[in-house]
Structure formats: structure tokens, C-alpha cells
Write a protein that binds this ligand. Structure first.
Ligand code: ASP
Ligand code: MG
Length: 432
């Protein structure tokens, strides 16, 4: 796009960076440090609000309206306490704006739930981001930042695959370009503030993009606005070579390629939503993952340069996994026809396989031990195959492995299955 203000940056603040009044004040300080360039700011729901909204939806589905309304009150009090700390003037517009959104949510809750679980999930759960963005916009304006709140449901246009909607890139591109033109060029705004995780169908129904999807929203905006950079602000220094909660000596990775980051996310590193990288890579937009507690630090830079990818091994731990071995009932060999049947069943049940291997007579795979999906999958497979399975195993993936640390991580644990390529070692071990 040929515009004067071409150097747009996209920032994403997640729930942890907006969980209370102090965090919001901190966020506005960070924004002030970056006031020079036009900014698209994507926010997700505050703290653990999305979990609370999921509980409300669940209660509705169990026809427990009392429980749903009780949880609504808790959600309201949580946000109200933040607003009261930020705005001492009780006649401030934020109070009526917030009441309006909560009234809308209450109406949604009191309606008879639709028969379609995923669609009604989106109608309830998307409110978290709307509430957060409404409060954040008011606070940033109050702090002197020229922020314009825009509704992601009208910009991120999706299909109606509720709960995991697909973005219509052409339509979203048009809408986002138009929005940037309007606010950055014509109205001289510095910040466009919008919601992560949520979108809308062309006919105006709210959708969501999958849990933790705000990172992806930020990259949709970065792609569609032809941004110069994207920054994800987190409570860690950047990307680490292991989850610090599991591996206290995890080390910081200053630089990674898009390719390596996608691999890490694919194997289950929770630092960035896996869908985030591709749109950035296509336009070579660098991504910075950095700490909102130490905004002076540069964080991890992710771009196309692969030179540092092998500098340190990375460790990804997936708990609560299931290892399933599938054997043809007639004790024939595992052949292409059997494999094709197994994969059809996996695909029909929407199962994400994390590791697989076959021998002459059996095919084994590892996937999340999901309490809803797994019983259905096993039943489906049992029609044609004999099954053996181990529930509650753990999957350890090591990228760019080297022996010394590897032994320390696996130690004396019993290895049930193992696979090694030149870059990646995966082992399935028994739960301790
Ligand atoms: N608020 C949503 C969630 O918690 C989206 C996100 O945080 O990225 O899943
Ligand atoms: Mg969140």
C-alpha cells in the first residue's frame, strides 16, 4: 500500500498483561514509548475471563441458568473492580458502556440456548475480548493516547466454522486496509485498538478463532495492514528453549527463524499460537516476542534468517497423552489400505496426531488424551481393529538434540516409543 504512514506496527497484549489496573497502567506506559508510529493494538480477554465464559456456556448447556448467572456476576465484579480503580469519577462513560455490554451478555445467557453447541459458545465466549477492549480503550484515552476502538467482528471476516473459524483473507484484507486508511490517514489517529480471538461472519454472527487465538489475530492484522513489525507482549522474556515452569533452567532464545518457530509451536510449545507465523512469513514481517515487565529488553526476534536455529536444543513436554497401537483384526500386515482406513477414522474424529510409527503388524500413534474425543475415537477404531493403549503417557520432543542435557531430561524414565530425525528426537515415556 502506498500511504504516508506505511510504518504500521501491530502489538498484542494477552490476558496476563491486562489482568488488573496496574497491568493496564503498565500497558499504557509501553504504548507511550512507541507513540511515534501508527499502531494496531490487539487485546485479548482480561486475566482468565475466557475460562469463566466457557464455564458460563457449560452451565447453560447443563440447563443450570442459576450457575451461569452467578458466574456472570463474578465476571462483572472482577471487571468492575478494575474499572473502579482506574476511573474514580463514577459518571465516566466507561461505567455505562460496560453496563451495556454486560446487559447484552445477560440477554444472551437468558435466551434459550441454541441446539448448536459451537455457535452458542461463540455468542457467549467472544464477550471477554469485547469487555477487555472497551475498558482498555477508555483507559488509554484517559492516559492521553489517541486510541480508536474498532470491532474485530467487522474486520476479521470468517466462515461459520464456529469455535475454530477460518479467515476470509480477501474480505478481511479489504476491510482492514479501509480501516487503516480511515483512522490513520483521514482521522489522524495513532492507535487502532481491536479484539483478538474474535471475528464475524459476513452476515454478522460472532465467531472465534480457537483458544489462545489472539496471536493469530495480530498476525491477520499485520498481514492485512502490510505492517512493518509485530510485537507480542508476554510475561516471559521471550521464547525460551523449554517451559520455565517445567524446566527452571530454561534459556532465552534471542533469535529464531519462522521455520523453527513453526516447528516448535507444532510440537506443542505454548509460547505462540501455531497459526501465527505463516501470514508473517509470507510478507516477511518480523515478530518480536517480549516482556511487558521489562519493555526495555528487545525479546526474541523471529524472521526468515535461520542461522541461529541450531544454537541450543529446545525441549517440549506434552503431558496427558495417549499412546494407541492399532492391529488389523485378521492379523494381516499393516498395509496402505489399513493405513488409509485408520487415517479416515482419525480425521473424522478430528484427532491431532503428535507422533506415529508402524511395524509389520501394528500402527502406533500418540495424541492428546481428550476425555470427550478419545472414547469416541477408540470405539470407532475398534470396529475394524484390535487396540492396545496406554493412557497418561508423556511426549517429550527435543529439537536439535545433544546428548548431555537429553539424558538429564529423560533420565531413568521408561521409553515406550522413540523416533529420531536429524533435527528432532521424540520419546514417549510413562508418567512418573
Ligand atoms: N482470550 C482467548 C483465550 O484465552 C484468546 C487468547 O487469549 O488468545 O483463549
Ligand atoms: Mg486469553
Amino acid at each position: 500500500m502506498d500511504r504516508n504512514v506505511s510504518k504500521i506496527k501491530v502489538f498484542k497484549f494477552g490476558g496476563a498483561s491486562l489482568r488488573d489496573a496496574a497491568s493496564l497502567r503498565n500497558a499504557s506506559e509501553i504504548l507511550k514509548m512507541h507513540a511515534a508510529s501508527p499502531l494496531i493494538l490487539v487485546v485479548s480477554a482480561m486475566g482468565k475471563s475466557t475460562n469463566s465464559l466457557e464455564k458460563i456456556h457449560e452451565a447453560l448447556y447443563n440447563s443450570d441458568i442459576k450457575e451461569a448467572l452467578k458466574r456472570l456476576e463474578e465476571l462483572n465484579s472482577y471487571h468492575r473492580a478494575i474499572v473502579e480503580e482506574l476511573f474514580t469519577d463514577s459518571s465516566h462513560l466507561i461505567y455505562s458502556n460496560l453496563n451495556q455490554i454486560f446487559d447484552e451478555l445477560r440477554v444472551e445467557i437468558e435466551k434459550t440456548p441454541e441446539p448448536y453447541f459451537d455457535q452458542s459458545y461463540d455468542r457467549i465466549v467472544h464477550f471477554g475480548e469485547r469487555i477487555a477492549s472497551c475498558i482498555a480503550a477508555a483507559h488509554f484515552k484517559e492516559s492521553g493516547l489517541m486510541a480508536e476502538l474498532v470491532d474485530a467482528r467487522k474486520l476479521v471476516i470468517t466462515d461459520d466454522n464456529f469455535r475454530d473459524a477460518y479467515v476470509d483473507w480477501d474480505l478481511s484484507y479489504e476491510r482492514i486496509q479501509e480501516c487503516c486508511r480511515k483512522y490513520f490517514e483521514e482521522n489522524g489517529r495513532k492507535i487502532i485498538l481491536t479484539q483478538g480471538f474474535i471475528g464475524g461472519t459476513e452476515d454478522g454472527r460472532p465467531t472465534t478463532l480457537g483458544r489462545e487465538g489472539s496471536d493469530f489475530t495480530a498476525s491477520v492484522f499485520a498481514y492485512c495492514a502490510d505492517a512493518e513489525e509485530m510485537h507480542i507482549w508476554k510475561d516471559v522474556q521471550g521464547v525460551m528453549n523449554g517451559d520455565p515452569k517445567i524446566m527452571p533452567d530454561a534459556e532465552f532464545l534471542p533469535h529464531l527463524s519462522y521455520r523453527e518457530t513453526v516447528e516448535l509451536a507444532y510440537y506443542g510449545a505454548s509460547v505462540i499460537h501455531p497459526k501465527t507465523i505463516k501470514p508473517l512469513e509470507n510478507k516477511r514481517i518480523p515478530l518480536y516476542v517480549r516482556s511487558f515487565l521489562h519493555p526495555e529488553l528487545p525479546g526474541t526476534c523471529i524472521n526468515q534468517d535461520m542461522k541461529d536455529d541450531k544454537s541450543k536444543p529446545s525441549y517440549i513436554f506434552k503431558f496427558n497423552q495417549m499412546l494407541v497401537s492399532v492391529l488389523p483384526k485378521d492379523f494381516s500386515f499393516i498395509n496402505e489400505k489399513n493405513l488409509s482406513d485408520i487415517f479416515s477414522v482419525l480425521s473424522r474424529n478430528n484427532i491431532r496426531v503428535r507422533m506415529m510409527q508402524n511395524s509389520a503388524v501394528s500402527f502406533s500413534f500418540c495424541c492428546d488424551n481428550n476425555v470427550v474425543k478419545m472414547p469416541m475415537l477408540l470405539k470407532d477404531l475398534q470396529e475394524r481393529f484390535v487396540l492396545r493403549y496406554n493412557d497418561n503417557v508423556e511426549l517429550i520432543t527435543i529439537r536439535h538434540y545433544n546428548e548431555s542435557k537429553e539424558e538429564e531430561v529423560i533420565k531413568d524414565r521408561k521409553i515406550l516409543l522413540e523416533q529420531k530425525s536429524r533435527s528432532t528426537r521424540q520419546v514417549i515415556v510413562k508418567k512418573r
